[in-house]
Design a binder for this molecule. Structure first.
Ligand SMILES: [Zn+2]
Length: 300
């Protein structure tokens, strides 16, 4: 099966999931838990793919509503970040407020229940679209950060790497006037701050002066092929795919449902709201994630 590289191309802002003939039924946690436990008993070793819905209870906002549509303005695109100085000023300026929220976030029950699934040998690998590192903080050992990690920064010229906190401190020191702003936090260490960023001073690479970028896959960029390939290998060694907390609107996640079907492996989705995998999933659970996982663990 060829592993192709695709840009993380979201649907456009106007695009939503197709209209439903009937309203989506919300499963009660107990019911969802029992159905999920049945699925796990039949397919005991799973590749677990997680998305933003797992981290919202940790105070990290989501991009999309229950219909898969954008709740907010689209996030920064890779190309515009690389080409446009003003976009980078705005990005790092907003990050001064947004980053501490993500850095200080702690795992919620969903993260711990997923760690528990691993302890009980039901996880071959947790592949996450989240960049917050909360699965690792909850103790999960086998994690692949599909879209990278927000707590690391990389130089786009020389590859120099350093902790996000170092760049954050440098930006704060360079821009003391920006310290007094407050704003609502936004996904991926962003914040809803709309001020004049033209005086914002950027922290460049200490080694070569190049552009520093969080080591996350921005929209419009590629997920590294090796990362996808190792996740596919884990899927091949699994009995099925369990998607938790993702609407699968971004192709980098959705493709694992396609791969699972090509490999004749069953797919289950647990999400509060709909997913793009309506046609592909063998079990679709629309339920509150943490409570449903807790109920399923009780049944296993
Ligand atoms: Zn550099």
């Amino acid at each position: 099966m060829p592993v192709t590289t695709y840009r993380t191309r979201p649907f456009s802002a106007s695009q939503r999931l197709p209209e439903l003939d009937e309203p989506l039924v919300l499963h009660e946690p107990e019911q969802a838990g029992e159905l999920l436990a049945d699925f796990i008993r039949q397919n005991p070793k799973l590749l677990i793919l997680t998305g933003a819905g797992v981290s919202t209870d940790s105070g990290i906002p989501d991009y999309r509503d229950g219909e898969g549509a954008w709740k907010r303005k689209q996030p920064v695109q890779h190309q515009e970040f690389m080409e446009n100085f003003e976009i980078r000023q705005r990005y790092w300026g907003r990050s001064l407020i947004g980053w501490p929220v993500m850095r200080n976030a702690v795992p919620n029950p969903s993260h711990y229940h997923i760690a528990d699934l691993e302890l009980r040998n039901h996880s071959s690998l947790v592949v996450t679209q989240n960049v917050d590192g909360l699965h690792q903080k909850a103790g999960t050992q086998g994690v692949s950060d599909l879209h990278g990690r927000a707590d690391e920064v990389v130089c786009m010229t020389c590859g120099y790497r350093c902790p996000r906190d170092d760049v954050h401190e440098r930006c704060a020191d360079l821009n003391p006037d920006f310290g007094h702003y407050t704003a609502d936090t936004a996904p991926d260490g962003d914040a809803d701050l709309e001020v004049d960023f033209s005086e914002f001073r950027l922290a460049d690479c200490l080694r070569c002066g190049g552009i520093l970028k969080p080591d996350v896959v921005f929209f419009g960029d590629f997920v590294p092929k090796r990362r996808v390939q190792s996740a596919v290998e884990a899927l091949k060694a699994s009995d099925g795919l369990l998607v938790i907390g993702s609407s699968l609107m971004v192709y980098s996640g959705f493709r694992f449902c396609r791969y699972a079907k090509e490999l004749h492996k069953p797919v289950a989705t647990l999400n509060l709201g709909r997913t793009r995998a309506e046609e592909l999933a063998d079990l679709k659970l629309n339920a509150r994630i943490g409570e449903a996982l807790e109920a399923s663990l009780r049944c296993l």
